[in-house]
Structures are given as C-alpha cells and as structure tokens.
Write a protein that binds this ligand. Structure first.
Ligand SMILES: Cc1ncc(COP(=O)(O)O)c(C=O)c1O
Length: 385
C-alpha cells in the first residue's frame, strides 16, 4: 500500500520557497513539536522516567530541547557521549544501554557521570570488576517479538531461564544489579509485548527483592500512518501493567523513534524525470542511501507528500540520486504529473533516517533547517488551500 498523499500545489510552493532559500535536500526540525511530543509521552507514561534513546536521532538542536524538558538520555557509544559533550546543557540523567562494551567505553561513560549500565550475560560482568564500587547494572531480559517491526531480542537479552544465575553470579562478584531491562523491538503494533515482558520481570522482582528498577525500553510507535494509535492509548495497557508492580520499583523507559520521528520533515527535490515504458520515473536528490535508509534495513514505507492540483494519472517510481539501481524509495504508485524542481516531503522523518544514512557517491546528507512552528504553519496553509 502506498502512503503518498497528494496535497494542493500551493503547499508545494511553500516548500519550494524553502528549498530556494536553503537548498535541497533538507531536514526540517520543529522544536515546538519536540516539546509537545515529549509532554504527550510523559502523560502517556506517568511516573516513568524517560531516557531518550539518542541512537534514533542525535541532532544537537533536538537533544537540547529534550534535555531542557527534563529528559534523561540513553547512550550506547562513545560517539554519542562526544555529541552530548558539545551541548550547552548536560542531561540530568544518563544510562548506558549497549549490552556489549569495551573497557574504554565503560571508562568514557563513567567520566561523563553515567554509572548505570546494561548487561545481558555473565561474560560481560567481568568487565565491571574494576568498577564494582562505581557502577549499577541492569540485566536485560530477552523477549522475542514477531509483532515488532524490528525484533532486537534476536541479538540481545538474557533468556529467562538464565536470569537467576546471572543475578547470582553478579552478586558473587560484588556487583550491584539494581534491576532489569527489556527492549521489545521497534515500532510495536501493540503494547502486548511490553505487558508480557513486565509480567515476566515481575516474577523476578518477587524472587529477588533487592531489585528496585525496571527499564521498559523503547518500541513506542511513531505516527507513520493513521492506523498507528496515539501514545496515550498505546500506553494504556502498559500503565495498567505497571500499576500491578510493587511501588518500591522505579520505572524508566528508553523511547527513541516515537519522540524523534514526528519532529522532523524531510524535503527532497525532483532533479530528473524520465518516461519509461512501464512507469514515469522521478529522480529525487535524497534516497535510500540518505534519509530513506530505513527502506534497506527495516523495509520502511515512509509516508510522503507530493503537491499537485491534478488527479493521479500515471504509474510512477520515486528513485534516489545515487548510481545504484536499488536506490528506489517507491515503485508502483499512481501519481499526478510532477516536474523537475517539484518537492517531495516526508512528514515523519526524524527517526533512523539521517543517523543511518551514508554519503554514498559523495552525496551529502540533508541540511538541517530549524523552523519552530513549521508544523502549525503547514496545517494552517493546508486548511486554507
Ligand atoms: C537498547 C535500546 N533502547 C532503546 C531503543 C529505542 O527504540 P525505539 O526507537 O524503538 O523507541 C533501541 C533501539 O534500537 C535500543 O536498542
């Protein structure tokens, strides 16, 4: 199914003016949206401390807003620490969630006042021997999830049958395990897996009363299309499940995609058209080696907008700018006739887009443009046109 919306040509002119002034392709950040989206998630998950997973989008201007809102940050690499070091304000709280680390990673995190780390096996415990008095650990429990767009338990997580033995081993080594964590996978279709994982962890909280923290990971959905439920409704079963837990347990989460995706719009420009036998080809200046890289690793079908007052008339292909033939964003879509310099907009393009993009063919990643109020302005323009 195509998720390409055809919107009035007048709205396209607004974006064309933007590319005329700032170039193309662009990634437009609306900081008002960052605030409102963060508050929406806080409301959906009351009493849960949020650590934004900066792997999904690490743009400093975006991080600054979340940090000002009070978000903690989930880091996974030294590179992410280096980005945070450049910011004007430091996050109040940090958590390092990569289950596998080098000694230099642990030291860099500790030097940056992050002392909570995630492990998922006995072998990883050895690395903390020298820092036993400084670190607190969370044991990541595995939860396979075929319903998530991306199932991360294939790679990480301690099987439930081994949880007790890893906890015992940590204690024997004088390490503090303060709680459990899980990550049910990205862009979940429902909260069922979160609920099951909370129930699984609850059993270990009963049998190991010294555990006092539960990290419910990420996986909260970005609003890519109208079938995605809003955060308040999505999280309702999670709120109910958390209420069953002992009140001594502190709850934290590592949301990524749901916060970053809707705060950034991508704007690409058609730089070439070709009428082929079976389809009309449109060549954009951004593609799957750029902002649309999720098409490669998770088969993402990004919602897009094109602008025309005419009706759809031909089967079209939207292709990216590189010389690789896999660089195709959409095939088999009915579109109105578009022209060189027309724009193609992605309204939910903040998560796993520019961070996973490459610069293949030496094509630079999109330029960041900060436009507070952009989303509201577009809504008003759309209502008028
Ligand atoms: C450990 C961990 N936490 C949080 C996230 C963020 O997940 P999402 O973007 O689905 O919220 C990820 C994503 O890969 C992750 O690996």
């Amino acid at each position: 199914m195509s998720t390409i919306e055809i919107l009035p040509a007048q709205l396209g002119e607004y974006y064309q003016a933007m590319t005329k002034e700032h170039g193309s392709p662009l990634l437009v950040l609306d900081r008002n949206k960052v605030r409102s989206r963060y508050r929406e998630l806080c409301e959906a998950l009351p009493n849960v401390e949020l650590y934004y997973a900066m792997k999904s989008q690490c743009e400093p201007a975006f991080l600054e807003v979340l940090i000002a809102e009070g978000a903690g940050i989930d880091i996974a690499t030294n590179g992410e620490i280096a980005i945070l070091q450049q910011l004007e304000h430091r996050p109040k709280q940090l958590i390092h969630t990569h289950p596998f680390k080098k000694d230099a990673d642990i030291r860099a995190a500790l030097d940056f006042d992050c002392n909570t780390f995630v492990v998922d096996c006995v072998e990883e415990l050895d690395k903390f021997a020298a820092y036993a008095d400084k670190v607190e650990l969370l044991l990541r429990v595995s939860c396979q999830n075929s319903a998530a767009k991306i199932d991360l338990s294939k790679k990480f997580g301690c099987h439930e049958a081994s949880v007790a033995s890893v906890l015992d081993e940590a204690r024997r080594r004088g390490l503090t395990v303060k709680g459990l964590s899980f990550h049910v996978g990205s862009q979940c279709g429902s909260a069922d897996m979160h609920v099951d994982a909370i129930a699984l962890c609850a059993r270990f909280f009963s049998s190991h009363p010294y555990l006092t923290c539960l990290d419910i990971g990420g996986g909260f959905p970005a609003p890519y299309d109208k079938t995605v439920v809003n955060l308040l409704d999505f999280c309702a079963p999670i709120r109910a499940a958390l209420q069953q837990l002992d009140s001594r347990i502190r709850i934290i989460a590592e949301p990524g995609r749901c916060l970053s995706a809707p705060c950034f719009y991508s704007v690409a420009t058609i730089m070439g058209v070709a009428a082929a036998e079976k389809a009309q080809w449109y060549f954009l200046d951004d593609g799957v080696y750029g902002s649309f890289s999720g098409a490669f690793y998770s088969g993402n079908r990004y919602p897009l907008q094109v602008f025309s007052d005419a009706a759809p008339e031909s089967n079209a292909v939207l292709a990216g700018p590189t010389c690789d033939s896999v660089d195709v964003i959409y095939e088999d879509v009915m579109l109105p006739k578009l022209a060189i310099n027309d724009v193609v907009v992605g309204p939910c393009m903040g998560a796993y887009t520019t961070v996973t993009a490459s610069e293949f063919n030496a094509i630079a990643k999109p330029k960041l443009l900060i436009r507070d109020g952009h989303i509201e302005a577009v809504k008003q323009l759309q209502a008028r046109s």
